[in-house]
Design a protein around this ligand. Structure first.
Ligand code: KG4
Ligand code: ZN
Length: 327
């Protein structure tokens, strides 16, 4: 980053997980060890700068997989120490939201306060963003994350990991109303997705018993109906949050923001409320380096770089109350 401008956003995907139907933590940390030096080198190369040009190093301090976090934090802190510059530990979910403040992502960054919906493989949060440091939780998932729901449902209908993008693609040729899967509505603005799996399993069991080729012949309808159910919950809660808060801007982020139906239905629903939906380019929605960078820049603009430099330990789980306010 140069101020709020991204100079490079090198990301290294890990194809190793597809074979195992999900992320295997041990394999993820090993892959991090192998990939971190090449990815840092390619980030510097793309940015056309060298190590001596760096003013600070930002790393993710959690939440996430501990082994992977440790690799990033150890590397980032060592690099900063070797260069004699500050190391900045960043909260993963706040970074997802702050991606909206990267220069050029929107013609103007959203004005505070605004609503944010962060939907990824690990998290589903509906936030009121009061400022770059004050985030208030309005709603969150009580169990599975939205991306996890996509992935688990996809697995049930025989799709490989990660199933979210495949459900999205298959849905195009399917009928979203072919099957009525669970759309639970827990209290307030909270969400729940774990009932979806059970609902799909109960629906499918007799149908597969009757016709063993059922999954194959109806896969598109199943995908579209699963997507309809997950998107329905997210849209319902977002609209309720807009009404409850009177806010008019909804800023979407996280890997599930790539879902075309979510995009289309949410945009329409938000506009019907007189609001606007902001979606960063996909490279800034899924996990990426630039969002960690912008979060560090925003922190440094506020506190100065020196004060920002605390070698915070990484944590797999960060109790949500420590970082976010509740209503
Ligand atoms: O934010 P992300 O890249 O990683 C974290 O989990 O932090 O999100 C990954 C999640 C996965 O669950 C994946 O299936 C889901 O985002 N996803 C999608 C789509 N693209 C990615 N879900 C539905 N439709 C998509 N097009
Ligand atoms: Zn993420």
């Amino acid at each position: 980053m140069d101020g709020r401008t991204v100079l490079s956003n090198a990301v290294s995907g890990q194809s190793v997980h597809g074979r195992f139907g999900g992320v295997v933590p041990e394999l993820a940390s090993r892959a991090h060890v192998q990939l971190i030096i090449p990815v840092v080198e390619s980030a510097l190369e793309q940015a056309k700068i060298s190590l001596s040009d760096l003013d600070a190093v930002a790393y993710t301090r959690g939440p996430g997989l501990l082994g992977s976090l440790l690799v990033g934090a150890s590397f980032g802190q060592s690099m900063a120490r070797a260069l004699g510059i500050p190391a900045v530990g960043i909260h993963h979910l706040k970074a997802h939201v702050l991606a909206h403040h990267i220069e050029g992502v929107h013609p103007e960054p959203p004005d505070f306060p605004y609503l944010a919906l962060t939907v990824s493989g690990g998290h589903t949060l509906l936030l009121k963003v009061h400022s770059a440091e004050r985030f208030e939780i309005l709603g969150q998932t009580m169990d599975d994350a939205a991306g996890e729901a996509f992935d688990k449902a996809a697995k049930i209908i025989g799709l490989p990991y990660p199933g979210g993008p495949l459900i999205d693609a298959l849905s195009e040729g399917g009928d979203p109303l072919a099957f009525a899967f669970a759309k639970p509505r827990p209290e307030g603005l909270n969400m729940s997705f774990s009932g979806l799996k059970t609902s799909i399993l109960y629906t499918l069991r007799p149908l597969i018993a009757e016709d063993p080729s059922f999954l194959e012949t109806r896969r598109a309808d199943l995908a579209a109906s699963i997507q309809h159910s997950i998107v329905g919950v997210l849209v319902d809660r977002s609209v309720a949050a807009l009404r409850q808060t009177g806010l008019r801007t909804l800023a979407l982020s996280g890997g599930v923001a790539a879902n075309r139906a979510l995009h289309a239905v949410l945009k329409k629903a938000v506009e019907r409320e007189g609001g606007q939906l902001l979606v960063p380019p996909m490279a800034y929605c899924t996990d990426n380096a630039a969002m960690i960078g912008i979060a560090a820049v925003v922190q440094a603009e506020r506190d100065g770089l020196k004060k920002t430099s605390v070698a915070l330990p990484v944590r797999a789980r960060i109790p949500i109350d420590e970082e976010f306010q509740h209503q």
